[in-house]
Design a protein around this ligand. Structure first.
Ligand code: ZN
Ligand code: ZN
Length: 221
């Protein structure tokens, strides 16, 4: 038996909101048969009694033991994919569980690579990787150059990413502690303020200092 080493975690093993492997997977009774880590549904149900992804009412939540075994076995067999730099070994199930229950930062999939903030209004661009950005941030960057800020490919289009928007909004609501308890509307106002500051700086700056400003501004958080 020979198989190529697996270099990624199968998508089906990840919670669609926190992007962590589902240590306790549950299926909700929506018509899309969505799966979540049980914590995600538990936190979400304090606010809404609907499927986080499609809004259908939740009547039943079913733990999936077989999937749980598959995921836990996968984690144990692929320590390289769950590497813990501090301990120099793969994370244990208990360690992953703790990260899910008490995240210290939002999943990078939900963060705008320009603003380093969770995207309240994500758009994808037509570079080969279809990178995602907060709409206002990429619009502003494109005024400078019609190129992807990450890979420098030419871009001509931005498209709203409704699915990612839903995920980001659910994550922000179930983990308000990572956003100083601010509502999504409050965060949007802060993003607008940030963008205005960048715009103002770029109007009065030469190109190298504009780039430096972006870098500085982005890594501030
Ligand atoms: Zn659903
Ligand atoms: Zn790109």
């Amino acid at each position: 038996m020979s198989s190529a080493p697996t270099t990624t975690i199968p998508n089906d093993f990840l919670d669609p909101i926190c992007y962590q492997p589902m240590i306790s997977p549950v299926r909700v009774n929506c018509s899309n048969n969505h799966y979540f880590q049980s914590d995600t549904v538990k936190l979400w149900r304090r606010l809404h009694n609907t499927c986080p992804l499609d809004g259908e009412p939740i009547l039943e939540i079913t733990p999936d033991k077989q999937l749980q075994t598959e995921i836990c076995t996968f984690i144990e067999n692929h320590p390289n994919l769950f590497w813990n730099k501090a301990s120099q070994r793969g994370k244990t199930i208990a360690e992953i569980n703790l990260e899910i229950a008490q995240p210290t930062e939002p999943p990078h999939e939900l963060q705008c690579p320009i603003l380093y903030r969770t995207m309240t209004d994500p758009v994808s661009i037509n570079c080969p990787s279809n990178h995602r950005f907060q709409r206002g941030a990429i619009q502003q960057a494109l005024k400078e150059k019609k190129k992807c800020p990450l890979d420098r490919n030419d871009i001509s289009q931005i498209n709203p990413d409704q699915a990612l928007r839903t995920r980001a909004h659910v994550f922000m609501q179930i983990h308000p502690e990572l956003y100083s308890g601010k509502t999504i509307a409050e965060q949007e106002r802060e993003i607008a303020k940030d963008l205005k500051a960048v715009q103002k700086a770029s109007e009065s700056a030469t190109e190298p200092s504009r780039i430096l400003f972006w870098i500085f501004h982005g890594s501030r958080r």
